[in-house]
Write a protein of this length. Structure first.
Length: 378
């Protein structure tokens, strides 16, 4: 196998069987209704609300517009929001697009999520909301966060882009807080090519969200807010319906990958992994390992380069931290001193390939290259 032309990628999109997709396309061509809350859009909202166990879901064209719209839905503007630096940049960008200043709070090493013990000291009279991320699909301490929010009269928006289908004690985590956002990007566990959703808890809020994602129209001739175009089309809705049929199988295959890594990499000097919580149903969206440069045979960055040279594409999610990107560096809470845990994790993380198509031979190859100082391989 030519490893340069056929590298092992960090993820691979779950694609519906093409032959199953064609009849859907023929039907869409027949209907001649290709976007604007069409037949498949409605079917996918219904199917997702059942699959995820959430009462109200609004589909979006990607996972970033729902974040923008979440602020608008809850009336959060011209204020501060407490958020995590350890995420994909869209989380904080969404605040800036709403004229909201992100205030960075450090994370908990056990989950990679916002540390509830550090939230209260960051609250000011200008704080209106908390924007945590269930990073890698690890559930946040939603109970502790809600207690702080209630005490201080704050809204909670969960960026649940990684948390498709994740449950705690058998119950979805997507109805915690005031609103949750999902991403169905090609790189996520469940994808609609590009896509996303907002999850809310009442019909009135869903109607408001649906008007905000449709320019702010509340009827044919009324605009009441400056909304945006966040609509999902029929083609991707149909694709999404088909992918829902295979998602459980894909997650089971990811789980196997995670188990292989866990077994092979436990008790290795210089590698740490998250501990699994037995009350959580995971979606195995990522497999991060954390490298101690002093204890492991090589550094995180050299391991990353080495793997790539051998056709294994790992990713340093989330390095650099959002707080270290140019648009955010000037914010006082973005300093390294304020975020020691997040900086340490960003400097040591490496996400290994995990997806539904990886086979045991490839996994063996990845593990051996991670562990073997002499170049690995078998
Ligand atoms: C992927 C992702 C997003 C953005 O989703 P898109 O669908 O790519 O716009 C937002 N937040 C997090 C944490 C993500 O990983």
């Amino acid at each position: 196998m030519d490893i340069q032309e056929n590298p092992i990628t960090v993820t691979s999109p779950l694609l519906p069987p093409l032959k199953d997709f064609i009849p859907y396309l023929e039907d869409i061509w027949q209907r001649k209704w290709i976007t604007n809350n069409g037949h498949y859009h409605q079917l996918l909202e219904k199917a997702l609300s059942e699959y995820l166990g959430v009462p109200y879901i609004s589909l979006f064209t990607n996972g970033t517009i729902p974040l923008l719209t979440a602020f608008q839905t809850l009336g959060i503007k011209d204020c501060e929001v407490i958020t995590t630096p350890y995420s994909f940049v869209a989380t904080s960008n969404a605040a800036i697009w709403n004229d909201v200043k992100p205030i960075f709070v450090d994370i908990d090493e056990k989950t990679g999520n916002l540390d509830p013990n550090k939230i209260e000291e960051a609250i000011t009279p200008r704080t209106k909301a908390i924007l945590p991320v269930h990073v890698y699909g690890n559930p946040c301490d939603t109970k502790a966060i809600q207690e702080i929010a209630d005490k201080h009269g704050l809204k909670v928006i969960y960026d649940a882009a990684h948390a498709f289908g994740v449950k705690k004690d058998g119950k979805t985590i997507l109805t915690d807080g005031d609103i949750s956002t999902l991403s169905f990007h090609a790189t996520k566990t469940y994808n609609t090519v590009e896509g996303g959703a907002l999850i809310c808890k009442d019909e009135k809020t869903k109607a408001y969200i649906d008007s905000l994602k449709n320019f702010g129209y509340t009827s044919e001739i009324y605009i009441t807010e400056t909304g945006i175009n966040g609509k999902m089309d029929e083609i991707r809705s149909a694709y999404g319906l088909l992918n829902l049929q295979n998602i459980d199988d894909a997650i089971a295959k990811r789980k196997h990958v995670a188990e292989v890594y866990r077994k092979a990499l436990k008790n290795i000097d210089g590698i740490t992994m998250f501990e699994e919580n037995s009350s959580v149903t995971y979606n195995y969206s990522y497999f991060p390992i954390f490298i101690d440069n002093k204890k492991f045979w090589t550094t995180r960055d050299d391991l990353f380069i080495n793997l790539r040279a051998n056709g294994i594409l790992s990713r340093r999610y989330f390095y650099p931290l959002i707080s270290n990107f140019k648009p955010y560096q000037h914010i006082p809470s973005a300093s390294r001193e304020n975020l020691p845990v997040a900086n340490k994790m960003a400097d040591s993380v490496l996400c290994l390939p995990i997806h539904h198509l990886l086979n045991d031979e490839q996994l063996k190859r990845i593990v051996s290259f991670v562990m073997n100082p002499n170049g690995g391989g078998t």
